[in-house]
Design a protein around this ligand. Structure first.
Ligand SMILES: Nc1ncnc2c1ncn2[C@@H]1O[C@H](COP(=O)(O)OP(=O)(O)OP(=O)(O)O)[C@@H](O)[C@H]1O
Length: 324
């Protein structure tokens, strides 16, 4: 697997953290990643996508220092990471990984003890630790669970407690391995709200996910792992590339698929961008956004083919509701 140099031509500043030409193989195993480069830029939300067993978790562990690439380099704020105590502490105060299974992360008796572990380990004053724990629990909406034994939490609550532990480290980059997996729809929405709030405070977020709809909705950038390497770019651009989706065993986001059908049917102008969020969909379908066609032209749908009354190609008078 090889990778292009990350796209630095998109006007971003230097990456906060960057893997450069990284190889990784587990002991006695085949190569999982070969010459993969992955740059994380300040303030961006990046979705990491790829097939099961494709190497996403491995890549996130390399990025956060839990694994060490060989050959290759992990570069933090312009300097190669040193894998000694001082170097790893510096890395972990900047980049925090939350693993997929919260039971692999939580180990203390209570939520408060678990969330305070990282800041205490940094040797911070008690008052600072307390403030960080309070802020992290509030950010994750679990202040009410502060004294709860971690083994009595629900799966969704354990996920939140695990993320709170990472947030309490106040990292610039939060790396989440499939954070929405196993959450019910309400839990997923709550988590996305939490991530949106974290982004407003300047946190850069990388999320591995199999959910292409979530990726299109949430991310600015995508990084797609295939056997050919890692492709990076804007999420809307990469998820529109069918050959890349096929190589990564992904499907097209539903809104892109619907947009393609509507465009092919002449109901949308060529090149219309797919809506990425429910709010965008509502604006997109409102009268006048693309001309009147999506909301209906007011013309009798049975009036047959003819010049489109709204200036768009396609059968006159056809409505979005006609497609169902
Ligand atoms: N600790 C390990 N020891 C040996 N091989 C491992 C280990 N962890 C992962 N692998 C192997 O490395 C490859 C990549 O695994 P990885 O977990 O990084 O993929 P992934 O993209 O995160 O998969 P998924 O989407 O299923 O979570 C797989 O073939 C896996 O079996």
């Amino acid at each position: 697997m090889t990778s292009q140099r990350p796209d630095t031509a998109r006007g971003f500043g230097p990456p906060v953290v960057e893997l450069v030409a990284a190889d990784y193989a587990y002991e006695d195993g085949p190569p999982v990643l070969s010459a993969v480069s992955f740059a994380i830029h300040e303030g961006r939300a990046t979705a990491l996508l790829g097939r099961n067993g494709g190497g996403k978790t491995t890549l996130l562990r390399l990025l956060s220092g839990g694994l060490r690439c060989a050959p290759g380099q992990l570069v933090l704020e312009g300097s190669p990471v040193r894998y000694d105590r001082k170097g790893l502490t510096r890395l972990r105060t900047t980049v925090q990984l939350v693993v997929q299974d919260p039971d692999d992360q939580l180990f203390a008796a209570s939520v408060e003890q678990d969330v305070s572990f990282g800041p205490m380990n940094l040797g911070l004053p008690e008052e600072e630790v307390r403030a960080r724990v309070r802020d992290a629990l509030e950010a994750l909406d679990i202040a009410g669970l502060r004294d709860r034994p971690t083994h009595l939490l629900s799966y969704g609550q354990r996920k939140r407690a695990a993320i709170a532990g990472a947030v309490a480290m106040r990292p610039r980059v939060l790396v989440l391995d499939e954070p929405t997996a196993g959450l019910d729809p309400h839990g997923q929405e709550r988590l996305l709200d939490v991530l949106a709030r974290l982004r407003t405070t300047g946190t850069t977020i990388v999320m591995a996910t199999h959910d292409v709809d979530l990726a299109l909705r949430w991310a600015d950038d995508a990084a797609v792992l295939t056997d050919e390497g890692l492709r990076t770019g804007s999420v809307a651009t990469l998820l529109a590339r069918q050959e890349l989706l096929d190589a990564a065993r992904l499907r097209k986001p539903w809104s892109m698929a619907v947009t393609e059908v509507l465009t092919a049917g002449g109901l949308l102008p060529k090149g219309a961008a797919a809506p990425r969020t429910p709010e965008e969909l509502a604006r997109w379908a409102a009268p006048g956004h693309f001309g009147p066609s999506l909301a209906g032209s007011g013309q009798d749908p049975g009036s047959g083919p003819g010049p489109s009354p709204n200036g768009l190609p396609g059968p006159a008078g056809q409505r979005l509701s006609d497609l169902s």
